[in-house]
Design a protein around this ligand. Structure first.
Ligand code: HEC
Length: 225
Protein backbone atom coordinates (compact mmCIF):
# COMPACT_ATOMS: atom_id res chain seq x y z
CA UNK A 1 0.00 0.00 0.00
CA UNK A 2 2.66 2.45 1.07
CA UNK A 3 4.89 1.38 -1.78
CA UNK A 4 2.15 2.01 -4.28
CA UNK A 5 1.38 5.46 -2.95
CA UNK A 6 5.07 6.31 -2.91
CA UNK A 7 5.36 5.26 -6.48
CA UNK A 8 2.37 7.41 -7.38
CA UNK A 9 3.90 10.26 -5.50
CA UNK A 10 7.23 9.88 -7.24
CA UNK A 11 5.53 10.00 -10.59
CA UNK A 12 3.38 12.96 -9.65
CA UNK A 13 6.24 14.94 -8.16
CA UNK A 14 8.91 13.97 -10.63
CA UNK A 15 7.50 13.76 -14.08
CA UNK A 16 4.05 15.21 -13.65
CA UNK A 17 2.89 12.55 -16.04
CA UNK A 18 -0.62 13.36 -14.84
CA UNK A 19 -0.66 16.20 -17.32
CA UNK A 20 0.80 14.25 -20.20
CA UNK A 21 -2.10 11.84 -20.46
CA UNK A 22 -4.70 12.55 -23.14
CA UNK A 23 -7.16 15.10 -21.82
CA UNK A 24 -10.59 13.66 -21.19
CA UNK A 25 -13.94 15.30 -21.84
CA UNK A 26 -16.33 14.63 -18.94
CA UNK A 27 -19.44 15.39 -21.02
CA UNK A 28 -18.57 12.77 -23.62
CA UNK A 29 -17.42 10.49 -20.83
CA UNK A 30 -20.82 10.64 -19.19
CA UNK A 31 -22.49 9.20 -22.29
CA UNK A 32 -19.76 6.61 -22.72
CA UNK A 33 -20.05 5.54 -19.08
CA UNK A 34 -23.78 4.90 -19.35
CA UNK A 35 -23.50 1.14 -19.42
CA UNK A 36 -20.92 1.10 -16.65
CA UNK A 37 -23.65 2.34 -14.31
CA UNK A 38 -25.35 -1.05 -14.09
CA UNK A 39 -22.51 -2.36 -11.98
CA UNK A 40 -20.61 0.71 -10.80
CA UNK A 41 -23.49 3.10 -10.04
CA UNK A 42 -24.46 6.19 -12.05
CA UNK A 43 -21.76 8.31 -10.43
CA UNK A 44 -19.31 5.45 -9.88
CA UNK A 45 -20.31 5.36 -6.24
CA UNK A 46 -21.03 1.67 -5.91
CA UNK A 47 -18.44 -0.50 -4.22
CA UNK A 48 -18.15 -3.96 -5.70
CA UNK A 49 -17.45 -6.72 -3.21
CA UNK A 50 -15.17 -8.48 -5.67
CA UNK A 51 -12.50 -5.79 -5.70
CA UNK A 52 -9.33 -5.94 -3.76
CA UNK A 53 -10.66 -5.47 -0.27
CA UNK A 54 -14.06 -4.58 -1.70
CA UNK A 55 -13.43 -0.95 -0.82
CA UNK A 56 -12.94 0.99 -4.02
CA UNK A 57 -15.67 2.69 -6.00
CA UNK A 58 -14.80 4.34 -9.32
CA UNK A 59 -15.68 7.72 -7.83
CA UNK A 60 -12.92 7.23 -5.24
CA UNK A 61 -10.23 6.51 -7.81
CA UNK A 62 -8.12 9.13 -9.56
CA UNK A 63 -8.55 9.52 -13.31
CA UNK A 64 -5.05 8.10 -13.77
CA UNK A 65 -5.91 5.02 -11.80
CA UNK A 66 -9.07 4.40 -13.80
CA UNK A 67 -7.26 4.72 -17.11
CA UNK A 68 -4.44 2.42 -16.03
CA UNK A 69 -6.94 -0.17 -14.73
CA UNK A 70 -8.80 -0.09 -18.05
CA UNK A 71 -5.53 -0.45 -19.96
CA UNK A 72 -4.53 -3.35 -17.76
CA UNK A 73 -7.79 -5.14 -18.56
CA UNK A 74 -7.31 -4.47 -22.24
CA UNK A 75 -3.77 -5.80 -22.31
CA UNK A 76 -4.82 -8.84 -20.27
CA UNK A 77 -2.41 -7.86 -17.49
CA UNK A 78 -5.45 -7.79 -15.27
CA UNK A 79 -8.26 -10.21 -15.88
CA UNK A 80 -11.95 -10.18 -15.17
CA UNK A 81 -14.43 -11.56 -17.72
CA UNK A 82 -16.88 -8.66 -17.39
CA UNK A 83 -14.33 -5.89 -17.59
CA UNK A 84 -12.48 -7.62 -20.45
CA UNK A 85 -15.68 -7.51 -22.41
CA UNK A 86 -16.27 -3.82 -21.75
CA UNK A 87 -12.79 -2.51 -22.49
CA UNK A 88 -12.39 -4.39 -25.76
CA UNK A 89 -14.02 -1.76 -28.00
CA UNK A 90 -12.58 1.25 -26.12
CA UNK A 91 -10.09 3.72 -27.58
CA UNK A 92 -7.62 5.62 -25.38
CA UNK A 93 -9.80 8.69 -25.82
CA UNK A 94 -12.86 6.77 -24.57
CA UNK A 95 -10.89 5.80 -21.47
CA UNK A 96 -9.74 9.36 -20.85
CA UNK A 97 -13.28 10.71 -21.29
CA UNK A 98 -14.79 8.13 -18.94
CA UNK A 99 -12.11 8.77 -16.33
CA UNK A 100 -12.73 12.53 -16.65
CA UNK A 101 -16.43 11.93 -16.09
CA UNK A 102 -15.89 9.94 -12.90
CA UNK A 103 -13.45 12.63 -11.82
CA UNK A 104 -16.01 15.39 -12.39
CA UNK A 105 -19.02 13.82 -10.68
CA UNK A 106 -17.17 14.16 -7.43
CA UNK A 107 -16.98 17.94 -7.87
CA UNK A 108 -19.63 18.76 -5.26
CA UNK A 109 -17.52 19.52 -2.23
CA UNK A 110 -14.17 21.25 -2.77
CA UNK A 111 -10.93 19.51 -1.89
CA UNK A 112 -10.80 21.82 1.13
CA UNK A 113 -14.12 20.43 2.36
CA UNK A 114 -13.23 16.85 1.53
CA UNK A 115 -10.06 17.18 3.58
CA UNK A 116 -12.08 18.35 6.55
CA UNK A 117 -11.47 22.11 6.55
CA UNK A 118 -8.76 24.30 7.99
CA UNK A 119 -8.25 22.45 11.29
CA UNK A 120 -7.64 19.21 9.44
CA UNK A 121 -5.22 20.89 7.03
CA UNK A 122 -3.42 22.49 9.95
CA UNK A 123 -3.09 19.12 11.68
CA UNK A 124 -1.63 17.62 8.50
CA UNK A 125 0.86 20.48 8.14
CA UNK A 126 1.93 20.20 11.77
CA UNK A 127 2.48 16.46 11.40
CA UNK A 128 4.43 17.00 8.19
CA UNK A 129 6.71 19.57 9.82
CA UNK A 130 7.14 17.23 12.79
CA UNK A 131 8.21 14.46 10.42
CA UNK A 132 10.64 16.88 8.81
CA UNK A 133 12.23 17.82 12.14
CA UNK A 134 12.76 14.11 12.84
CA UNK A 135 14.38 13.61 9.43
CA UNK A 136 18.14 14.17 9.28
CA UNK A 137 17.83 15.27 5.65
CA UNK A 138 15.49 18.14 6.53
CA UNK A 139 16.20 19.04 10.12
CA UNK A 140 19.20 21.29 9.46
CA UNK A 141 17.14 23.54 7.22
CA UNK A 142 13.85 23.36 9.14
CA UNK A 143 15.41 24.14 12.48
CA UNK A 144 16.63 27.47 11.10
CA UNK A 145 13.05 28.51 10.28
CA UNK A 146 10.41 29.93 12.58
CA UNK A 147 8.28 26.79 13.08
CA UNK A 148 5.05 28.52 14.09
CA UNK A 149 5.21 30.93 11.18
CA UNK A 150 6.04 28.13 8.78
CA UNK A 151 3.07 26.11 10.00
CA UNK A 152 0.72 29.08 9.64
CA UNK A 153 1.91 29.94 6.14
CA UNK A 154 1.81 26.40 4.84
CA UNK A 155 -1.67 25.93 6.26
CA UNK A 156 -2.88 29.13 4.59
CA UNK A 157 -1.23 28.15 1.33
CA UNK A 158 -2.91 24.73 1.24
CA UNK A 159 -6.19 26.06 2.57
CA UNK A 160 -6.33 28.62 -0.23
CA UNK A 161 -5.08 26.25 -2.95
CA UNK A 162 -7.72 23.63 -2.09
CA UNK A 163 -10.56 26.13 -2.34
CA UNK A 164 -10.84 27.16 1.31
CA UNK A 165 -11.59 30.63 2.65
CA UNK A 166 -7.97 31.52 3.55
CA UNK A 167 -5.53 34.01 2.14
CA UNK A 168 -1.88 33.07 1.76
CA UNK A 169 0.10 36.23 2.34
CA UNK A 170 3.62 34.84 2.07
CA UNK A 171 5.94 35.20 -0.90
CA UNK A 172 5.38 33.11 -4.01
CA UNK A 173 7.28 29.80 -4.08
CA UNK A 174 9.95 31.00 -6.49
CA UNK A 175 10.83 34.14 -4.54
CA UNK A 176 10.63 32.32 -1.20
CA UNK A 177 13.17 29.69 -2.31
CA UNK A 178 15.52 31.85 -4.37
CA UNK A 179 19.08 31.31 -3.19
CA UNK A 180 18.00 28.54 -0.81
CA UNK A 181 19.57 25.76 -2.95
CA UNK A 182 16.90 23.21 -2.02
CA UNK A 183 18.15 19.85 -3.27
CA UNK A 184 16.52 16.83 -4.90
CA UNK A 185 17.37 14.87 -1.76
CA UNK A 186 15.41 17.31 0.36
CA UNK A 187 12.45 17.22 -2.01
CA UNK A 188 12.50 13.43 -1.96
CA UNK A 189 12.60 13.52 1.85
CA UNK A 190 9.66 15.91 1.87
CA UNK A 191 7.72 13.63 -0.49
CA UNK A 192 8.36 10.61 1.71
CA UNK A 193 7.29 12.49 4.81
CA UNK A 194 4.16 13.58 3.04
CA UNK A 195 3.25 9.97 2.36
CA UNK A 196 3.81 9.16 6.04
CA UNK A 197 1.50 11.97 7.02
CA UNK A 198 -1.14 10.91 4.48
CA UNK A 199 -0.97 7.40 5.91
CA UNK A 200 -1.22 8.59 9.48
CA UNK A 201 -4.35 10.60 8.70
CA UNK A 202 -5.78 7.94 6.39
CA UNK A 203 -6.12 10.45 3.57
CA UNK A 204 -8.09 8.66 0.81
CA UNK A 205 -6.50 8.01 -2.55
CA UNK A 206 -8.51 10.60 -4.44
CA UNK A 207 -7.63 13.39 -2.01
CA UNK A 208 -3.96 12.36 -2.09
CA UNK A 209 -3.96 12.53 -5.86
CA UNK A 210 -5.71 15.90 -5.85
CA UNK A 211 -3.23 17.29 -3.34
CA UNK A 212 -0.32 15.99 -5.38
CA UNK A 213 -1.68 17.78 -8.42
CA UNK A 214 -1.45 20.99 -6.43
CA UNK A 215 1.91 20.38 -4.78
CA UNK A 216 3.73 18.61 -7.64
CA UNK A 217 3.95 21.65 -9.93
CA UNK A 218 5.53 23.70 -7.11
CA UNK A 219 8.69 21.61 -7.32
CA UNK A 220 10.02 23.55 -10.29
CA UNK A 221 9.92 26.77 -8.25
CA UNK A 222 11.32 25.23 -5.07
CA UNK A 223 14.19 22.91 -6.02
CA UNK A 224 17.54 23.99 -7.41
CA UNK A 225 17.43 27.76 -7.03
C1 HEC B 1 -21.39 -6.24 -15.50
C2 HEC B 1 -20.82 -5.44 -14.46
C3 HEC B 1 -19.79 -4.38 -14.87
C4 HEC B 1 -19.92 -3.43 -15.84
C5 HEC B 1 -21.11 -3.14 -16.73
C6 HEC B 1 -18.71 -2.65 -15.81
N1 HEC B 1 -17.86 -3.14 -14.83
FE1 HEC B 1 -16.08 -2.33 -14.28
N2 HEC B 1 -15.82 -3.82 -12.94
C7 HEC B 1 -16.73 -4.84 -12.71
C8 HEC B 1 -16.13 -5.77 -11.77
C9 HEC B 1 -16.80 -7.04 -11.23
C10 HEC B 1 -14.85 -5.28 -11.46
C11 HEC B 1 -13.79 -5.89 -10.55
C12 HEC B 1 -12.97 -6.80 -11.42
C13 HEC B 1 -11.68 -7.22 -10.77
O1 HEC B 1 -11.71 -7.70 -9.64
O2 HEC B 1 -10.64 -7.04 -11.44
C14 HEC B 1 -14.69 -4.04 -12.22
C15 HEC B 1 -13.56 -3.25 -12.16
C16 HEC B 1 -13.42 -2.05 -12.81
C17 HEC B 1 -12.29 -1.16 -12.68
C18 HEC B 1 -11.08 -1.39 -11.79
C19 HEC B 1 -11.35 -0.78 -10.45
C20 HEC B 1 -10.22 -0.94 -9.44
O3 HEC B 1 -10.48 -0.88 -8.24
O4 HEC B 1 -9.05 -1.10 -9.85
C21 HEC B 1 -12.54 -0.09 -13.47
C22 HEC B 1 -11.64 1.12 -13.64
C23 HEC B 1 -13.81 -0.30 -14.11
N3 HEC B 1 -14.32 -1.51 -13.67
C24 HEC B 1 -14.40 0.56 -15.00
C25 HEC B 1 -15.54 0.27 -15.71
C26 HEC B 1 -16.05 1.09 -16.78
C27 HEC B 1 -15.42 2.42 -17.21
C28 HEC B 1 -17.16 0.48 -17.25
C29 HEC B 1 -18.04 0.92 -18.39
C30 HEC B 1 -17.38 1.12 -19.66
C31 HEC B 1 -17.36 -0.72 -16.47
N4 HEC B 1 -16.35 -0.82 -15.57
C32 HEC B 1 -18.42 -1.59 -16.64
C33 HEC B 1 -17.99 -4.97 -13.24
C34 HEC B 1 -18.49 -4.20 -14.26
Amino acid sequence: MIRISQLGLGIALGLLSLNIQAAGNPELGKAKAMYCATCHGAAGERKLPLWQGGESALADLSANKIVSALKAYRSGQRFHPMMQFFVMPMTEQDMADIAAYYGSVGIGPSLYERLGGKDAINAVVRDLLGNGMADARLKPRLSRLDGARCERQLTDLLCQATGGPCKYTGRDMKTAHAGAHVTEVEWQAFAENLVKTFDRFNVPERERADLMQLIGPMKADIVGH
